[in-house]
Design a protein around this ligand. Structure first.
Ligand SMILES: Cc1ncc(COP(=O)(O)O)c(C=O)c1O
Length: 429
């Protein structure tokens, strides 16, 4: 690819494509947005500085913005707000979260809290910690229930630490087994907590929407029930909002769908406006305090000793600040609501014609399954659909028999309708 503007990308032969998955979910406002490209001028002021023993205005501003926008921790007061730890991608934001949770308990005098709990089908990145809490072994072949079980992490299984997982109660239109699925999942959680609750450091999950697991939705009341159970055992809750953050579930953050709050939050992808790599791990001040020295004599042994060369890069922070401002000035959430309505209309039409099953949509994301149920990532439908779509000017990356759209919000209703019509004409009939 040699050029990109708004929702379009051009290859070296001059062919134009619609970026129907927002360049792997990072692009929100469109490519080459003038507000974001202007923010790149931050390079003239300060291009980069080590984020150790130094900070800079763009990082401070972004930390303040995130504290103001992320749903308040319980008992928000002057002493309990969101602290920001910078890194440079989604996997490192997760890695940092896991390490903070682990070290927190070592320093909070409960060193036996070493276990991690995750969701089946959750994906959190490709570094070793993130792989450990993700899917490791190849999944079953004959169901639609988990596309992350593609075996990508299998060669590294011996390197990964042991993690327990509870079933993910996937919801989609017309799923009348959802109440039972949620009850079963909560039952599995209760059993786990009975046995290991007091030895568990943290629970990690993608709230409301599992991305790489197959764009699978779950209901907010289920999440509140999970968080209430975890709170009874004092378990640190990590929300991986690398995908769900920044409007991907129709609200700025997925946590806004819930009454309860996480303790640690991982952000990347949408945070960046789709321009430069950046990762953030938000941590409630109450946890942060366990890492603090006494002021007079900073205790290195208590500090969280983790840093990357490009931690908190000023240019990336400037673009992230500009992207957040666009949410306010460009009515991004309203545009997302309009796109969501169009997705619903188009999915309904495809579903009524019997061309798709398990339709589901939230915010700017729409997904569905086609053909025979299969959890195999490499099912032939994946290749066929990718190629047919590309041949017709649409960039897609389906998994197995699941296809999804997550375009930049600047994609016009006409173009989005055209994507659905083209898909139906060339790929679904
Ligand atoms: C929920 C979630 N967490 C973490 C990651 C890893 O992010 P990155 O690819 O930036 O390392 C991803 C990437 O798809 C993701 O979807």
């Amino acid at each position: 690819m040699v050029k990109a503007k708004d929702a379009y990308v051009w290859d070296m032969q001059g062919n134009r494509y619609i970026d129907a998955i927002g360049s792997w979910w990072v692009n929100i406002h469109g490519h080459g947005h003038p507000v974001l490209t202007t923010a790149l001028r931050q390079a003239i002021q300060l291009d980069h500085i080590q984020f150790a023993g130094a900070t800079h205005p763009q990082a401070v501003l972004l930390a303040k913005q995130l504290d103001a926008h992320y749903p308040s921790p319980p008992c928000k007061d002057a002493s309990n707000h969101w602290r920001t730890f910078y890194s440079d991608n989604g996997s490192t934001a997760v890695e940092v979260a896991l390490k903070i949770a682990y070290q927190y308990w070592q320093q909070a005098d409960e060193p036996n809290r070493t276990r991690f709990l995750a969701m089946q089908g959750g994906y959190h990145g490709d570094t070793v910690g993130a792989m450990s809490v993700g899917p490791i072994t190849k999944g079953p072949v004959n169901n639609d229930d988990d596309y992350t079980s593609n075996g990508f992490a299998e060669p590294f299984a011996p390197l990964c630490f042991p993690v327990d997982r509870i079933p993910y109660p996937e919801h989609y239109w017309g799923n009348d087994a959802i109440d039972q699925a949620e009850a079963d999942s909560l039952d599995a959680l209760d059993k786990y907590l009975d046995q290991h609750g007091h030895n568990t450091a943290a629970f990690i999950a993608e709230p409301i929407l599992q991305g790489a697991g197959g764009m699978r939705l779950s209901r907010s009341q289920y999440w509140d029930a999970v968080l209430e159970r975890l709170a009874a055992y004092n378990i640190v809750v990590i929300f991986d909002e690398v995908l769900t953050g920044f409007g991907r579930t129709g609200k700025l953050f997925a946590a806004e769908h819930l009454t309860n709050r996480p303790h640690i939050v991982c952000l990347s992808k949408g945070l960046t406006g789709g321009v430069l790599p950046l990762g953030v791990t938000l941590v409630q001040n109450s946890l942060y305090q366990a890492f603090h020295g006494d002021g007079a004599s900073p205790q290195a042994s208590h500090a969280f000793l983790h840093g990357h060369s490009f931690t908190g890069n000023p240019i990336a922070c400037a673009v992230a600040n500009a992207s957040l401002q666009l949410f306010e000035h460009d009515n991004t959430l309203q545009k997302i609501a309009a796109m969501a309505a169009l997705h619903t209309e188009q999915l309904t039409a495809l579903h009524d014609k019997g061309l798709i099953y398990r339709p589901r949509t939230i915010g700017p994301m729409a997904a569905f399954n086609m053909g025979q149920p299969t959890a195999r990532y490499d099912h032939p439908l994946r290749q066929t659909l990718t190629q047919q779509a590309q041949h017709n000017g649409i960039l897609l990356r389906p998994w197995g028999n699941t296809a999804y759209f997550l375009p930049p919000v600047c994609l016009s209703p006409q173009d989005l309708t055209w994507v659905y019509t083209t898909l139906q004409a060339h790929c679904l009939s």
